[in-house]
Design a protein. Sequence first.
Length: 285
Amino acid sequence: MSVAIAEREREGRPRDIGRVVSEDLRVYCIPVESFPNHYTNVYLVRAGDTLAMIDLGSGWGESSSQLVKGIEEIRSRFGERVSLEEIDLLLITHGHVDHFGSLSFFRSRSNAGVGIHRLDSRQIINFEETILVVARDLRLFLQTTGIPEETLRSLMGMYTSSKNMLSSMPVDFYLAEEDPPLADAFRIWHVPGHCPGAVCIQVGDLLFTGDHLLSGITPHQSPEVIARYTGLGHYLHSLARVRAIPGLKKAFGGHQQVMEDPYGRAEAIEAFHRERLDRVLEICR
């Protein structure tokens, strides 16, 4: 990670555990350091009688202990009856390590049902094989670009370096847009692009966006030759789908800050990508 990116990560890190209260809905954010200077927002959502956790952190370093400390702080500061043992649902927005890597730790302390979209589920239930397949396809793609072998080895090392600390884990159900809202509260929107099975999770007028919408950056887009349902075309289509969801007031990203204008943020990200695409096409011409 470059110094500039690390600085943006620090600037975008939530400075405190927050709380949003809307009648029968309470939302808390716990930022955990998934990798050096890279923070993941873990959300606890109390919707009626259901306590759900959205995303989890990587399991690297102190991220799991930071998660536990965050829960303890929510209990002591806000009087919320909450612990890992009392969580009913764990909803994973997409199959990247900084959002599910603590699953083994979580499973050892909670009986919560774990859900992820079917298209990203192999990242968890068959982790080792998936990493091998994706690494093979990534290497083939990089070779076609003509980059030097030394650079290729460096990039492949970057991709595989954090993967050997994880192993396959089971999931309990799949997140599907066509299903009724989970616990009558958590509605799923499938938003492929950054990941094949990326989802946004709507609770009332709030949207939990994983990496699909972020307040200060836009997620990277991999070519679809590496993984189906990824890439800029899918991502732009998914941005349009979010803009079509009526009545949203706030969006909570998997990193950085709360977005007070989800529609405006989606439009700004699309404009950024279309400008970049125009520049790339001009270079090609």
